[in-house]
Design a protein around this ligand. Sequence first.
Ligand code: GLN
Length: 481
Amino acid sequence: MLTFWKNVLENSPDAYEKAVRARDARIGSFLEFNPTRHLGNAPGEVASAEKHAVLAGLPFGVKDNIAVDGFRLSCGSRILENFNSPYHATAVQRLIDAGAVPVGKTNLDEFGMGSSTDNSALGSTTNPWNEDYVVGGSSGGSAAAVAAGLVPFALGSDTGGSVRQPASFCGVYGLKPTYGTVSRFGLVAYASSLDVIGAISTDLDVLQAVYEVISGADPFDQTSMDPVPSASHDADAAGVASLGYRGKSPCLGVLKPEQLELSAEVAETYQTCLEGFRSLGYEVKEVSLSMLEYVAPVYYTIATAEASANLARYNGVRYGLRPDYAENPEELVRLSRDQGFGAEVKLRILLGTYVLRSGFQDQYYLRAQKIRTAIRTDFEASFGEVDMILTPTFPRQAFRHGGEDMSPFEQKQADKFTASANLAGIPALSFPAGVPKGLPVGMQLLAPAFGEPRLLAAARDYATLYKPELAPGYERPAGEQ
Ligand code: GLN
């Protein structure tokens, strides 16, 4: 696969562009696609260039809430529809320095708010496995582009599951790194204490290289840091061939499926998956995660509170949509926001301002912060007993467009497995585990902070039993050349 990707851009950019456009006409993963704009970039000086040679020459997609110089930065919103980025996000710059080439911007739920990508104001994206179904969200364009073989990897952002959930709906890998290990410079803020840039790919070598390249402290983001290495993590990095970084078999924590409200297909795949890990020599132990039922309400309280503050900057004055006429500054702000934001974004701003209202803070926001701490402690206690926790990524497979078979409220409740990792700040990886009835199912592995090597090693192990495939009917865009 990789030899193909390395040559495609350099040798035949026109054929590549044509092939991608033809395929993407059906899926709609890109909001902007221009594979030659950044083709001439000279790779920068990177200490680890040799180690990450796998990335050299690879085209990649970037979710349209992450800045790429010269491309748009719309966040899937009318309010930023015509906004172009004047600089690269640090994660993008580092990938360019490693020789990879950003080729376009992918569709998303407006400002990252949603689970389907149907909340985008600027385009519709559909699941390459079955066009009647959503692609997941909010990084749906990135997941679809990878699953359809348009790019070997793509960047997304994950505030409550937005890298992992679309990855699971599309049958590809999605990694949400430890909070703070990837610079947020150039990532448009949704909920700053939860946001992290992550990566989506069908290839674990690529996924690992992307993570290693984009992670690490950045002077432009004072909250960023280097991953903290530890003896056990070094052993993790050596891979699972060694099975057992603690001198024993790795131990997976699993949840009682009956309590999880899973669809029959997801429950069955969860069972098959943990049997698979057993057959690979993993120990499996039940953990309770008693705080799981509070994850969705706590996540939506904190995320909307932070979003209402972060989105205050879109006021029609500094940038973005501005109405043709306004009587006074107040009306200018009101009209810009009224015309610029979609319904879901308005709903969340209202919710966020409500939970932050004076007199209500104790009841909602502060209480949510306390439960957030309890959720983190719950994980810490579990990680005293097990090395990783295995859950489904989402309680069910992709749902149909239009919300008929899954209401927006049900979609929010279903974020409990993914959003738990954001609340605790820990890393999590969604990996493909089956395609019952023609739609992919992803499983999620969670590890303690800085445990990415452990997650990747376990996914490599599982790939000996089950390997992801591109969506049927899609191949790398080589056919037309
Ligand atoms: N479904 C979550 C939400 O709507 C996903 C958010 C995200 O990770 N950007 O908030």
